[in-house]
Write a protein that binds this ligand. Structure first.
Ligand SMILES: Cc1ncc(COP(=O)(O)O)c(C=O)c1O
Length: 440
């Protein structure tokens, strides 16, 4: 197989996600033959460092021996059984372990992140209905939020490019100001900005709590907004306001869960527990589609009844897929066996040091870092910056997909020193190339 053969067949046969397919007339797809560790290899042997963890899912590298072994073992036992009326060991074990980790219970499974968002929204809505609060049907989210692309998830998303076309299909939801540190007023600290945004949330809830079912947010980092990082203080204040006004708090930890922000879950840094937590992406180490929503006993009990319609009748055919659950268990084993969160702190310090030249570049703004996420804005006048930077990075063997003029890294947790140096040097070089200093 040659790269060219596969990419031609792909553009003829596959409708690629989040893509204007016509762009592939000039922007070639990258055919991937295999992956190993942090690297992806094409059919001609060229390798690429997966610095975005394949859309933020891969935690422990491609073709990870321990996850592979777990899956091989599971393949010999049970690949899948429907979860309505049946159960199996991997799903029970995973639910127990997720419950211990989140302090919430009764894991409900979906496949992709967006299905977890849908499940949490529907559960919250249905909880209030079961509690006789039929008027609590609305949702509030943060400005610039992203919760997925299905109709319900898109309704609480606030990214015009993804949302506006479908506006007539969507339910209205309201947005409150985002605590994203980049939106702080000049001289305002991240905490002061968080307080100001929480005051706006308070005003909103004061006026609308009677009809509001839940606030949904991405804890600590608004990923699709361009890695907008914010103070944990906002989460603390939002939790208190949700309690005060009787509104659920849905934590969408789809992107930030499983160690991305330095703790297992982002909410831990604020010392809060949400009413619903949505998990996906890293849950299987990037192997298989799986998502889960865990909630409180109070919510669970409101559905527990003799009347069927008071139950949560949502389902997906692949709910709780045994292989996916087994990959998730192997992923959690790695966290425990390798003390990953501690290791990541050391790795993060190393990569941040390696990036010091980037951080201090006069063309770089808002260099920021949290856990295993790094991001900064590049001052550029190139309207095609994202696409051009992506292509130039590929030539250096780096997979980087800027969001607008925000360059970010969300690497797998197994990055070694050499790979960090390659990444840091490559990016430094690219920034110089994209933003030549004016002479004189
Ligand atoms: C915070 C957040 N929520 C939801 C989603 C949707 O997940 P999926 O693409 O698996 O549907 C994403 C995806 O990037 C995300 O970052």
């Amino acid at each position: 197989m040659k790269n060219h053969d596969l990419l031609t067949r792909s553009v003829n046969a596959v409708w690629h996600p989040c893509t204007q397919m016509k762009q592939h007339e000039n922007l070639p797809l990258l055919p991937i033959a295999r992956g190993q560790g942090a690297w992806l290899y094409d059919y001609e042997g060229k390798r690429y460092l997966d610095a975005v963890s394949s859309w933020w899912v891969n935690l422990f590298g491609h073709s990870n021996a321990r996850i592979n072994d777990a899956l091989k073992d599971q393949l010999g036992r049970l690949e899948h059984v429907m979860l309505a009326g049946f159960t199996h060991e991997p799903v029970v074990q995973l639910s127990e372990r997720l419950s211990r980790l989140t302090g919430l219970g009764h894991a409900f499974y979906g496949s992709d992140g967006a299905s977890a968002t849908e499940i949490a929204l529907k559960m919250s809505f249905h909880f209030w209905r079961n509690s006789g609060r039929h008027q609590k049907t609305e949702f509030v989210s943060l400005q610039n939020s992203y919760h997925g692309e299905t109709i319900g998830a898109l309704s609480v998303t606030d990214v015009a490019l993804f949302k506006d076309t479908y506006a007539p299909m969507l339910r209205q939801s309201l947005q409150v100001p985002s605590p994203d540190g980049r939106l702080a007023a000049p001289g305002e600290t991240p905490d002061a900005h968080a307080v100001r945004c929480a005051e706006a949330l308070e005003k909103h809830l004061q006026a609308h709590h009677d009809e509001t079912a839940a606030l949904i947010l991405e804890p600590l980092v608004q990923g699709a907004a361009g890695m907008g990082m914010y103070s944990p203080l906002y989460l603390k204040l939002a939790r208190a306001l949700c309690d005060q006004f009787g509104v659920h708090l849905i934590a969408d930890e789809i992107a930030v869960g499983f160690g991305r922000t330095g703790t297992m879950f982002g909410c831990e840094q604020a010392g809060i527990r949400p009413d619903f937590i949505c998990l996906s992406k890293g849950i299987t180490g990037g192997y298989l589609p799986l998502s889960a929503v865990l909630t409180t006993d109070t919510v669970y009990q409101a559905f527990y009844d003799d009347r069927i319609v008071r139950g949560f009748l949502h389902s997906h055919s692949y709910t709780g897929n045994a292989l996916a659950c087994r990959a998730a268990l192997a992923t959690l084993d790695i966290f425990e066996q390798d003390d990953v969160l501690t290791q990541n702190r050391q790795k993060a310090t190393q990569l941040t040091e390696a990036l010091s030249g980037v951080a201090t570049s006069p063309r770089v703004k808002n260099f920021r870092h949290l856990g295993m996420i790094w991001a900064f804005e590049v001052e550029t006048t190139d309207p095609q910056f994202s696409r051009n930077f992506y292509q130039a990075a590929l030539q250096l063997g780096l997979i980087l997909r800027p969001i607008g003029n925000t360059v970010y890294f969300m690497p797998p947790y197994i990055l070694g020193e050499e790979e960090m140096a390659l990444l840091a040097d490559g990016v430094h070089h690219l920034i110089d190339r994209f933003t030549p200093r004016s002479s004189g």
